[in-house]
Write a protein that binds this ligand. Structure first.
Ligand SMILES: NC(=O)c1ccc[n+]([C@@H]2O[C@H](COP(=O)([O-])OP(=O)(O)OC[C@H]3O[C@@H](n4cnc5c(N)ncnc54)[C@H](OP(=O)(O)O)[C@@H]3O)[C@@H](O)[C@H]2O)c1
Length: 244
């Protein structure tokens, strides 16, 4: 019989990093991992948004560190790596969730600097995070990386070609690095959500009550990180039951 019920939490003693966790899916995923017992390092560009997530985690008894970080900036990502190494000396779960959409324009009308912003955030960002944290996981011979893609990375998205391309690219990156890390006992999973009711983009043409919620995506992440050590769920596509 254990002394404390906390020892039964499935992620007790684990350390997680969730990018883009000031709101939306990232905040829901961070809250869920904390409830499951993991220490959570939350990151986003704006510190004020992070403090609301941090507060809600701590109010529920969770452990949380908020570190502002722009995923497009390698020096800032590496600083998060050093902070995690110093405070915890390990990382068990990395969720690459930070992302931006930029829809509503034909590709030939899409500004080059906006193309750069979308690609840097959605594709370069996960590369920088994996570059920073994979060596710690390899050293520990364990870990789980979860990349939040989109069903727009599986289908054409007219008036959203740059976003769609960034997510198709992320899928290729994810499936490839998953093979590189498998022999190190590190699992890399791809989660591709459909329309989810967050502040992301313009959902005005859709019925929000039928859309996925941020908690639905957190459920998927919770399922992935509680698989037995010898099983690896490499991809999850999640869509609303009824078309919104
Ligand atoms: N909502 C949907 O319908 C939907 C569907 C499929 C996939 N997705 C994907 O799901 C992920 C989360 O989306 P969401 O709906 O939760 O969006 P959201 O509500 O707009 O939240 C995005 C988060 O990412 C952060 N972020 C943006 N740019 C960043 C950067 N350069 N560096 C660090 N953090 C950054 C934002 O905080 P700051 O602004 O403070 O940086 C915020 O915390 C994204 O990858 C998105 O592509 C969304």
């Amino acid at each position: 019989m254990a002394d404390s019920p906390i020892e039964y939490l499935p992620l007790h003693n684990q350390v997680s990093v969730v990018t883009g966790s000031s709101r939306g899916m990232g905040a829901a995923i961070a809250r869920r991992l904390a409830i499951m017992g993991a220490a959570v390092v939350i990151t986003a560009r704006h510190a004020e948004g992070l403090s609301a997530t941090a507060q809600s985690i701590r109010e529920n008894g969770g452990q949380c560190e908020a570190v502002p970080c722009d995923v497009t900036n390698l020096a800032q990502v590496e600083a998060v790596g050093r902070a995690v190494e110093k405070k915890f000396g390990r990382i068990d779960i990395l969720v690459n969730n930070a992302g931006i959409g930029s829809m509503g324009r034909k590709l030939w009308e899409f500004p080059p600097d906006e193309w750069e912003r979308v690609m840097s955030t959605n594709l370069r960002g996960p590369y920088y995070l994996i570059r920073t944290f994979a060596p710690m996981m390899i050293r520990a011979n364990s870990g789980h990386i979860i990349n939040i893609s989109s069903l727009a990375g599986k289908n054409p998205l007219p008036n959203g070609a740059a976003y769609s391309a960034s997510k198709w690219g992320l899928n290729g990156l994810t499936l490839s690095v998953a093979e590189e890390l498998r022999s190190h006992n590190v699992r890399v999973s791809l989660v591709s959500p459909g329309s989810t009711a967050t502040d992301f983009g313009d959902h005005s043409a859709k019925n929000e009550s039928k859309m996925l919620s941020a908690d639905d995506i957190a459920n998927v992440v919770a399922m992935l990180v509680t698989q037995s050590a010898n099983s690896f769920v490499s991809e999850v596509n999640i869509r609303p039951t009824q078309k919104p």
